[in-house]
Design a protein around this ligand. Structure first.
Ligand code: ADP
Ligand code: MG
Length: 707
């Protein structure tokens, strides 16, 4: 059965049993039954209680095995120590959805984790899926199932909100009414012993009552599935990731027992999963609202119509900060706008119809904007004035939008003012135009809608295809030999063999065991050359005085040989020295670094940055989860702050970004195909040359996984 089919028992249940239903007012077992009744759940409700004949007027059963009909979902409100026994009965009854509200599992430590594992095992043995434990429950507006201890079903709408934190879910449930954040459902994931974000994304991707999937994430468990589910959803997903500060990460980890990955890796994973980012709770809800109510913005031209210069300029600043800068509207369009405003207005963008324009000015300008081919998205800003009524302006906006018949361009509104503005905003939101109380939020909303369109244009298919000209077996042979030697660190020549097997240009190099051999090899390689120490114990060769560059002749080789050996011995007396590496000296280029680490959630990742202080001091790097195509690698390049160097500054030529992208993609393939063996790699530095001249990988490092 597909995950979506299985998830139906949890997200669209036809019947619900409440294990631990109670007659005691205020208890969770009582609240859940009450919530199901008050929410208007139309399916069968089966309270399970060994003593009470009925609960809140509904016939109760001593055991789930006594229930006459089929049971889709069981909500667990019993103490942790009896959950397993109850789960065994549910499995016998072939219950398909386990909603385990009970706490006291993996979040409290090892014993709890073991119990949690066994509960999942039992549930799965009967073909069931487990939500939780340690959750508030599920709130499903479509089935009117408030299978939770949250006060009521949320404000109805088209956002599926999925939260790892339960308390946050309850508060957002209540906040949904204040903000008119319409939810198709609100789900609490808790410990994610079985069902996780990916399962919910897959389900809501195919649910036509849901336009936007909104996530509060502390950490994902299976990063790769998350990326795949997100990308395949083909529908806007917006996420707030907590635990991005060092202290916050520790709090999140102890909260749910899940490890929070590094910020940069999540940044990368979200891009690859087509997940739109939210910086804070407000932005999560603001962006969800826009994505649920409005279509994606298919081009980059935003038009701002305002009656106030101040909020207009603020919107312009915010648009830029959110990555969707305003542009001056074409002159013909300016002429059209000019007709909607007094002489002293401005038609450039923001289109400032001024306080003198009034209701008609708004309606006319909105019509002009929406009908124009140039405009891809519209923000209507309004400052409360004495001569206009917020309510009338809101009506006017809706009338104008309706009048144009345009439905494929997003429109958002922002009113700055008092109570009347808030009231007008409610009307707008209810009619499908998201309302915000400051211009920054309106621009953030449009930026999210733009991002949604960009993801849509990228498509759900991943364009990665492994390169064929690689020799995985050769790479594995090198690794096996090092393992046989009892090592988990490859020397540079070994690492370069692994790199070469994946088509990386590592140049010619050979290891000499004596000074005379070094001289002989030098003449084979040719001058100028570089000599380096080869020792598994000396990972950073320069630190040990183990690198000599630009050696031009035999005398130089002999001198370097002696010095490097002496330096290495002084650095680490017991270092096991394999010899001295000789390699051709690569011409000077711009030094860049490509590296990889294995993330606990997402597996092998690839990092790119400029070498030297850019990476060490400024940490100017960007990541992707491996493997990925050269095109994706190309997208990484502008993400570093020092990108201008790659573009060629001060009369220098643009660097070979095409070759660099190919190499980054090749490294992503290498670390994925060898992910069972490789913990970390580094190509540092890579000498990058001008366009068309390629690059040279001059140093290679491979650290194997501990086995
Ligand atoms: P490590 O990183 O272990 O200290 P490297 O092999 O990276 O040692 O060498 C140190 C520096 O020497 C490099 O950053 C690079 O600037 C230079 N270098 C190393 N190998 C070469 C080479 N083959 N051609 C040109 N420069 C090189
Ligand atoms: Mg190096």
């Amino acid at each position: 059965m597909s995950s979506v089919q299985e998830m139906k028992a949890l997200l669209a249940p036809k019947s619900i049993a409440v294990i631990g239903a109670s007659t005691k007012d205020g208890s969770i077992g009582n609240t859940v039954v009450k919530n199901l009744i008050e929410g208007g759940y139309a399916g069968a409700i089966y309270p399970i209680n060994p003593k009470a004949p009925d609960i809140l007027g509904i016939k109760a059963y001593a055991s789930i095995l006594d229930v006459p009909g089929e049971v889709d979902m069981a909500v667990f409100c019993v103490p942790a120590k009896v959950v397993l026994g109850a789960a065994e009965e549910c499995a016998k009854k072939q219950v398909k959805g386990y909603v385990i509200i009970t706490s006291g599992f993996s979040e409290v430590g090892h014993e709890g984790a073991e119990l949690e594992r066994r509960v999942v095992e039992v549930a799965k043995s009967g073909g069931g899926r487990v939500m939780g434990p340690n959750i508030v429950g599920v709130l499903l507006n479509e089935s009117k199932a408030n299978a939770s201890f949250a006060p009521s079903l949320p404000y109805p709408g088209k956002t599926a909100l999925i939260s790892q934190s339960g308390a946050l879910l309850i508060s957002l449930d209540m906040a949904s009414f204040v903000r008119q954040l319409g939810a198709s459902s609100m789900i609490s994931l808790g410990n994610m012993s079985d069902v996780d974000f990916a399962d919910c994304i897959e389900f809501y991707a195919q649910d036509d009552k849901t336009n936007c999937i909104s996530l509060y994430i502390e950490g994902v468990k299976d990063g790769r599935r998350f990326i795949e589910a997100g990308r395949k959803a083909g529908k806007p997903i917006v996420a707030l990731k907590s635990g991005v500060s060092a202290h916050g990460a520790a709090a999140a980890a102890s909260h749910t027992g899940s490890l929070a990955g590094s910020v940069k890796v999540y940044d990368a994973a979200f891009k690859q999963a087509h997940v739109i980012r939210a910086r804070d709770l407000d932005e999560l809800l603001d962006r969800s609202q826009a994505l649920a109510l409005q279509p994606p913005m298919k081009g980059e031209n935003i038009c701002v119509v305002t009656n106030g210069g101040g909020i207009g300029v603020l919107s312009s600043d915010s648009a830029e900060a959110h990555g969707v800068p305003l542009k001056t509207v074409p002159v013909e369009l300016q002429a059209e706008f000019k007709k909607c405003m007094p002489d002293f207005g401005s038609a450039k963008n923001p289109v400032d119809i001024t306080g003198g324009a009034g209701l008609k000015g708004y309606e006319d300008a909105i019509a002009v904007a929406l009908k124009s081919d140039w405009v891809h998205g519209l923000a209507v800003l309004y400052c409360e004035t004495a001569v206009t009524q917020p309510d009338e302006i809101a009506e006017g906006i809706l009338r104008a939008v309706k009048g144009t018949g345009v439905t494929d361009k997003p429109i958002v509104a922002c009113f700055v003012g008092g109570v009347k503005c808030v009231e007008a905003g409610k009307k707008l939101t209810a009619a499908g135009v998201p309302f915000y109380e400051n211009p920054d939020k309106a621009m953030s909303a449009l930026a999210a809608l733009r991002q949604a369109a960009l993801f849509q244009a990228e498509g759900i298919a991943d364009d990665y295809a492994p390169m064929k000209d690689v020799d995985e077996a050769a790479a594995r042979a090198v690794i096996a030999a090092a393992r046989a030697d009892g090592r988990s660190v490859l020397t540079e020549p070994e690492a370069k063999k692994v790199f070469a097997a994946y088509g990386l240009p590592v140049g010619k190099s050979m290891v000499a065991k004596s000074e005379d051999e070094a001289v002989k090899l030098a003449s084979e390689i040719g001058y100028p050359l570089v000599m380096k120490i080869v020792s598994p114990q000396i990972i950073h060769k320069s630190d040990a005085g183990g690198v000599k560059v630009n050696i031009k002749d035999e005398a130089g080789v002999r001198a370097a040989y002696k010095t490097i050996l002496a330096n290495a011995k002084a650095y680490k007396a017991d270092a096991d020295i394999h010899g001295i590496l000789l390699q051709s000296m690569a011409p000077l280029g711009k030094e860049v670094i490509v590296g990889s680490v294995n993330d606990p959630q997402f597996g092998p990742t690839v990092m790119f940055g400029m070498g030297g202080i850019f990476v060490e001091v400024l940490k100017d790097v960007t990541f992707r989860v491996a493997p990925f195509s050269p095109k994706t690698a190309m997208d990484m390049l502008p993400e570093i702050k020092s990108y201008k160097i790659l573009q060629g500054t001060r009369g220098e030529k643009r660097l070979d970004q095409e070759k660099l992208s190919e190499i980054i993609s090749r490294i992503s393939q290498l670390v994925s195909e060898l992910s069972d063996e490789i913990a970390e790699t580094d190509a540092n530095p890579i000498m990058l040359y001008p366009e068309g001249e390629g690059l040279a990988v001059v140093d290679a490092r491979v650290i194997l996984k501990k086995k």
